[in-house]
Write a protein that binds this ligand. Structure first.
Ligand code: BGC
Length: 440
């Protein structure tokens, strides 16, 4: 628990060892004072991920884990938002709310449901989505791998096996050929550093025993003793393989699409040292440094930020009791975005696209506040010289929030769980106004 004094010290040293003082409303800067005109090609978008919105993604590793007893998941993904069928409506909404970019994921387990068996229909589906974005004048960003993998890949040891880099590169080649030229940006991986980052959270450490039981049960279910699911795998074994996979996938995709802006996204919290003893440097070396080195030749780095972590002696500390928390238990702290884009720019020297930023809340007014404060911070970062080329909000839809299932609402748009009817929230129109003004 952090007392008042340490909390003040903590705010004063915000971003210690990582960034210069984190932006804070305490500094008194307003969005108006920092109004920053953006270049015409700035990306204003909203994001989804295949498994979280499509529904019926039965050949993925997550589907297996969701159906175990006991399961770490509050409920299975089921039909999710039925975006497999309603994707036109989703893209129409992106356009209607005034954004210019849609980021979505392609599901490897639909494209290659069994090793070497390719679904031409699934590839055609994603190509149609891209063609429809182009028809509406929207830019598209494609995520090749957003956590989930085919169950045959997980059964073969998943990312823990170096030999499994090859099938991933083949999938990227196949997809890059089939998708055509209807997208300008792509990510190989979404947040490959997330498991390492989460391993510093006490709650997640507790849940690991459930995950380990889950992996063992999943192994029995798929008839393999090597089942390894992306989010619950051992980061020490996974990271070297995913770094190799990223580099080889970039090479393969660029051979087919040399014009594509290509990178990966990182889970970036504003990491701050707790007063007294803190393992901040050790955490940064484990969670971030390998990836900062890995992206140094990429076209851009995707920054994905939700809040800050206060790093204690060997784990993150829980937020102090008096702070506002979001539905996922994090502190409501939109200022983290300014700190993380500055940090990533300094650590990698690459241009930045914010590929996710958002808040889990049932109160859409708090989302509006979150957006205003996050964008004010982004404006300050840009005014200080950081090369930021886009802001993509997480998420377009209230969707399947992994182990929390449907209990956390990140969407600019709500989805009726019975009828799948979409309702645009005021926060969506609020973000659309920023896009129309094209200034921060
Ligand atoms: C992930 C999303 C997730 C979001 C909110 C990010 O870590 O990329 O899949 O829904 O955070 O938790």
């Amino acid at each position: 628990m952090i007392d008042r004094m340490s909390r003040r010290r903590l705010l004063q040293s915000a971003g210690a060892g990582v960034v210069t003082a984190a932006a804070s409303p305490l500094l008194g800067a307003t969005a108006a004072q920092n109004a920053h005109r953006l270049p015409p090609g700035f990306l204003w978008g909203a994001a989804t991920a295949g498994h979280q919105v499509e529904g019926g993604n039965v050949n993925s590793d997550s589907w297996v884990s969701e159906h175990l007893t006991p399961s770490a998941f509050a409920e299975p993904s089921g039909d999710a938002c039925d975006s497999w069928n309603r994707w036109r409506e989703d893209i129409d909404i992106v356009k209607r709310i005034g954004l210019n970019t849609y980021r979505f994921g392609i599901e490897w387990s639909r494209i290659e449901p069994e090793r070497g068996e390719w679904s031409l229909a699934a590839l055609a589906h994603y190509r149609q989505m891209l063609e429809y974005c182009a028809k509406l004048g929207l830019r598209a960003m494609v995520t090749y791998s957003h956590f989930t993998v085919p169950r045959w890949f997980a059964a073969a040891g998943g990312w823990e096996e170096a030999a499994n880099v090859d099938p991933f590169v083949r999938f990227c080649e196949k997809a890059a050929r089939a998708l055509g030229t209807g997208y300008s940006h792509a990510l190989t991986f979404n947040e490959p550093n997330l498991a390492a980052q989460l391993s510093w959270q006490p709650d997640f450490r507790q849940a690991m025993s459930l995950f380990a039981m889950g992996n063992a049960a999943a192994a029995r279910m798929v008839g393999s003793d090597r089942f390894s699911s992306t989010l619950t795998a051992n980061p020490a074994r996974v990271v070297p393989n995913q770094i190799a996979a990223h580099h080889r996938a970039v090479e393969a995709i660029k051979t087919i699409r040399p014009d594509l802006q290509l990178g990966l996204s990182l889970a970036m919290a504003d990491e701050q040292a707790a007063a007294g003893d803190s393992a901040l440097e050790r955490k940064i070396a484990a969670v971030y440094t390998p990836w900062f080195d890995a992206v140094k030749k990429d076209d851009f780095v995707g920054v994905q930020t939700y809040g800050r972590n206060i790093v204690g002696r060997d784990a993150d500390l829980p937020p102090p009791p008096q702070v506002e928390r979001t539905q996922t238990g994090m502190e409501f702290y939109p200022e983290a975005l300014e700190a993380t884009v500055k940090w990533v720019a300094r650590a990698t020297g690459r241009p930045i696209i914010v590929t996710e930023n958002g808040v889990a809340t049932a109160d859409d007014k708090r989302r509006v506040v979150y957006i205003d404060r996050a964008l004010a911070g982004l404006g300050r970062a840009m005014a200080s010289g950081v090369d930021v080329r886009g802001y993509i909000h997480w998420s377009l839809l209230d969707n399947f929030e992994w182990n929390r299932a449907y209990t956390a609402q990140f969407g600019l748009v709500s989805v009726d769980r019975q009828t799948f009817a979409r309702t645009v929230k005021p926060s969506a129109l609020h973000l659309g106004r920023y896009a129309a003004d094209n200034r921060l």
